[in-house]
Design a protein around this ligand. Structure first.
Ligand SMILES: [Zn+2]
Ligand SMILES: [Zn+2]
Length: 634
């Protein structure tokens, strides 16, 4: 989930009409009880039958570009229950990324919004938290009457930073004026196109064998990572000897800023491609070319679409994941009960998401995973992934599944996983006293746009961190997790959220079959590593055992190979006592055996810290047959 308080979407506007339930005495100290109670109160608030009624439509197609000014003229046809004197209409632009807040006072200022009703009806305009409430005066509105509402009259609405085909502007209707409103069935939408081209992302596989032909994916993006712009661009490609590739790639407007170029790799070594275009130079991720090089799948398993609180239609997000970010694996994980609409209350939204997953999934080429986010304000957020097909939304707001234990019980028997998400803080930390069964919760999300949850001393530490919930601390306490990253992106840029602000997340799956079963098995076995978005190559071998394995206590040689995307600052081996071995950086690559000790009930993992803010973490190796292997009660 994202930081912004979205409980207001469909929630109590001003004075709560329904008393908030008392805080359960067993709520963990990490809980965000106020948010939880607001969500419960909103769920239980009675709605007048006229709330959310009526038909809202745009009076003309609305098209603009990110950050540009636009006007959104609309009309509401009042629903069959009418709107009482004292009832209200509430204009709710997408609350993310900088759409101007609607206001009714200053015609020259951003977000100026006008209401024009039938004869005898007046509107008292009251701005409230990025929304504008228009209280009906004069007389009630009758069924079928029309109200003209222009958000951004005089081109004063400023579009947000992220492109999408149908950016939603919502209208809430509180027909009886009790302060509880519901959104109309459909928003009006604006097409928001990408800005001018500003950067190239060049992506190819992290590993190949001599003689292979691989695809180099070239994406022309604007400054915020938006794709699919219609501009002609010429790209010049340069690489060291040992590759067969074209020296120039020309994109015309119809290419939407995308190219897929076959490259034949001839010579072993570490290769990159430099792309010169748009007045700059952009480097691809590194590719290790050697006989027997272990392929790596790259995934983003935490993405939000506009169906809950993110940007973009699911179909467009899948296209971005596959064609722009060149991901191998992804999951769109919209919220069960958070955002503009709630998955747990809308079978139609779930079906829309499931259809998009089915259309994107192509075993052997691209793995699309079913999922959603279990948005639990008491015990922490988890994203739920299902590898055996569509999954019902077991909601954190449904009394039948509103504890993690009930969620795990509901998932038993499925090829499903839950992933503790932004575990050390951000919107809400994950209660460390509740750990899932290892078959359902084998990995934890180390990094996302919220920052990293490894250790507060490292760069990009998560905001609003809660001591005792960092992954390092949980490993010391005996929990056993493999480590993954995912963006938790709400910006429409799966896999590439780090392009804006540097924070993000990816999961790397070495030697994994490109199928749902292969990805499921790799996550279950903790054969994963995490990065904050950069395609760093990291290999860790513990006396012949891979990351995630359980091995005997005692002396062990950890053989670490790193190929960074930028010069390394340092590489650290971490155990229960903290950093047990370290290698200062300098170059972009490291090959080094570390002779270290694996303690009883211990663990060892590797951190990679690049000078440019790039981060990676191997999953730990753990001590076999230790008392903590079962971690009873944790
Ligand atoms: Zn979340
Ligand atoms: Zn999320």
């Amino acid at each position: 989930m994202w930081l912004f308080a979205l409980a207001s979407c469909g929630a109590v506007d001003e004075e709560p009409v329904v008393p908030t339930p008392p805080a359960p005495s067993d709520a963990p100290p990490t809980a965000r009880m106020q948010t939880y109670q607001e969500m419960v109160a909103d769920r239980d608030a009675p709605r007048h039958p006229g709330d959310g009624g009526g038909t809202w439509r745009a009076l003309q197609p609305v098209r603009t570009q990110v950050g540009q000014r636009v006007s959104v003229p609309t009309e509401l046809e009042v629903g069959p229950h009418g709107i009482d004197l004292g009832g209200a209409l509430v204009v709710v632009p997408s609350p993310f990324w900088g759409w101007s807040a609607p206001q009714g006072k200053q015609p020259e200022a951003p977000g100026y919004t006008t209401f024009t009703g039938p004869e005898g009806v007046t509107f008292d305009l009251q701005p409230a938290g990025g929304q504008l409430r228009a209280v009906v005066g004069g007389r009630a509105l009758q069924s079928g009457e029309r109200v003209q509402i222009t958000y951004g009259a005089g081109d004063t609405a400023i579009a947000d930073r992220f492109a999408e085909r149908a950016a939603a502007v919502w209208l809430g209707v509180d027909a009886d004026g009790d302060g509880v409103r519901a959104l109309v069935a459909e928003p009006v939408t604006a097409e928001v196109r990408a800005g001018p081209p500003a950067q190239i992302v060049a992506t190819w596989p992290s590993a190949a064998a001599p003689g292979d032909t691989v695809d180099l994916v070239l994406a022309v993006l604007d400054a915020n990572g938006n794709a699919f712009g219609r501009h002609a661009t010429e790209l010049t490609l340069a690489a060291a000897e040992g590759l067969q590739l074209p020296s120039v790639v020309r994109l015309d407007e119809g290419d939407e800023g995308l190219a897929r170029v076959p490259v034949t790799v001839e010579r072993p070594g570490v290769h990159t491609v430099d792309v010169t275009a748009l007045g700059g130079r952009f480097r691809s991720n590194p590719m290790v070319v050697r006989e027997g090089a272990v392929p790596i799948l790259w995934g983003d398993l935490q993405i939000h679409s506009a169906l809950s609180d993110g940007t973009g239609d699911p179909t467009d997000l899948w296209r971005y994941a596959r064609e722009v970010a060149a991901l191998d694996v992804a999951a769109i994980t919209d919220h069960d009960h958070w955002g503009m609409r709630f998955l747990d209350g809308s079978p139609a939204l779930r079906e829309q998401l499931d259809r998009a997953v089915a259309a994107a999934h192509e075993p052997g080429r691209f793995v699309a995973v079913h999922g959603y986010e279990y948005t639990d304000w008491r015990y922490g957020h988890r994203h739920v992934l299902a590898f055996d097909g569509p999954l019902p939304v077991f909601s954190a707001l449904d009394p039948a599944t509103d504890t993690p234990q009930e969620l795990w019980a509901a998932l038993t028997g499925r090829q499903a996983l839950t992933v503790p998400h932004h575990p050390a803080g951000g919107p809400v930390a994950v209660d460390p006293s509740v750990t899932g069964p290892p078959e359902l919760e084998p990995v934890i999300e180390m990094t996302s746009v919220h920052g990293q949850s490894d250790h507060p001393s490292l760069p990009q530490s998560i905001y609003d961190a809660v001591p005792g919930t960092f992954v390092f601390e949980r490993l010391v306490a005996g929990d056993r997790f493999g480590l993954i990253g995912s963006t938790d992106g709400h910006d429409g840029h799966p896999g590439l959220s780090h392009l804006v602000g540097g924070r993000g997340g990816l999961v790397a799956l070495p030697a994994t079959e490109r199928t749902r079963a292969g990805v499921y098995q790799a996550l279950r076995a903790r054969r994963t590593y995490a990065t904050n978005g950069r395609r760093i190559v990291l290999r860790v071998d513990a006396d012949g055992s891979p990351m995630g394995a359980e091995i005997p206590a005692g002396p062990v040689t950890l053989t670490v190979r790193v190929v960074g995307t930028a010069p390394l600052d340092r590489v650290e081996v971490v155990g229960p006592a903290g950093v047990v071995a370290s290698q200062p950086g300098g170059s972009t690559t490291l090959y080094r055996p570390f002779a270290v000790e694996l303690a009883d009930s211990g663990f060892l993992y590797v951190r990679v810290i690049q000078a440019d803010g790039g981060l990676a973490w191997s999953s730990p190796v753990f001590t076999a047959d230790s008392a903590s292997a079962q971690a009873p009660g944790r």
